[in-house]
Design a protein around this ligand. Structure first.
Ligand code: EPU
Length: 293
């Protein structure tokens, strides 16, 4: 028997009804993540303006609904039971404006597109500009913070603020946006000359798995110490729980062989942390963001 949306989904529909942009109710989140894992959200809203995004956050908070921002879904693990709240997608925030060597882009623009336009250090990193800024994504060549002029984000009041670089509090895979949960809506990127990215992309394809994953699972414990190397040294490549497997190509990736569940990934995470701690005396911390934790 078909059943209609539950109480939570209906309440969110009411809260959002006068705001611009699409709302999907009881939306499966797995297709919105690169891991292809996770249950449904009460509602998924794609605001078309930053004001609407701010207003939706303020209303969700006022009605006691948990909320989260979804960019490219490339560092997220959504629990199998889903998310009992509002997911705000930045997919429609795609403004693109270039002036005097500064590219001003909306949070929903893909990082790959920005890399091609003149940010070679970011080549091959999946996801959107907003997510990359929040977690200060990077490669061994540098992080996105190195190339920013400013970041526009929403304060808890729903008001927009333009953060200077000093105010962004960037550090290794972290920022004030992530720590305080401030949705990034636009950024100013200082462009460099356009380069041929194919050697970098080829290197990435050679050293990283192509199966669905969420990129590196663990943070490198300190400069010069690679989580991938440690996991590899413990002989854990290929270790599998259900359809979740430690990649044979890069040990800091967990891949989804098809029908992996979040619970299997988390079990594998525990096992890897435990084995690495026993061998190296280091407790690996997650880089992956587990929704609801
Ligand atoms: N290594 C192994 N076995 C492995 C993986 C790596 O021995 O399975 C060794 C490598 O041979 C190398 C060292 O570990 O000597 C470092 O490996 P790699 O160059 O792949 O760098 P990483 O520290 O594992 C970081 C980023 C990646 C980024 C790469 C390349 C972190 C946690 N990871 O990985 O970012 O792609 O450098 O620039 O900072 C991501 O954020 O999703 C991500 C994968």
């Amino acid at each position: 028997m078909e059943t209609g949306p539950g109480d939570g989904a209906r309440a969110l529909l009411r809260i959002l009804r006068d705001l611009p942009g699409e709302v999907g109710v009881e939306e499966p989140l797995a297709p919105h993540t690169t891991f292809r894992i996770g249950g449904k959200a009460f509602a998924l809203y794609r605001p078309t303006t930053s004001d609407a995004l701010g207003e939706a956050v303020v209303r969700a908070r006022a009605h006691g609904f948990p909320w989260l921002i979804l960019g490219g879904g490339s560092k997220l693990l959504v629990p199998d039971r889903g998310f009992p709240g509002l997911v705000l997608s930045t997919a429609a925030l795609r403004s693109w404006h270039e002036e005097e060597g500064i590219l001003r882009v909306g949070a929903g623009v893909s990082l790959a597109r920005v890399a091609r336009r003149g940010a070679w250090k970011l080549a091959g990193i999946p996801g959107t500009v907003g997510g990359a800024v929040a977690m200060n994504a990077g490669t061994r060549y540098g992080a996105i913070a190195d190339q920013l002029e400013w970041v526009q984000a929403l304060l808890p009041t729903g008001r927009l603020h333009t953060f200077s670089l000093d105010e962004c509090g960037f550090s290794y895979r972290d920022s004030v946006f992530r720590r305080l949960r401030l949705p990034v809506v636009a950024v100013g990127v200082r462009l460099q000359p356009v380069q041929d990215l194919s050697p970098l992309l080829a290197e990435r394809a050679r050293t990283q798995p192509q199966l669905p994953s969420a990129g590196c699972v663990f943070r490198n414990p300190s400069a010069g110490r690679s989580a991938g190397w440690m996991i590899d040294q413990c002989g854990l490549k290929g270790m599998r729980i259900g359809d979740a497997v430690v990649s044979e190509r890069h040990a800091n990736f967990i891949c989804n062989l098809g029908r992996a569940r979040a619970a299997e990934v988390l079990e594998l995470v525990d096992e890897v942390q435990d084995r690495v701690a026993r061998r190296f005396g280091v407790w690996l911390r997650l880089e992956l963001e587990v929704v609801g934790e």
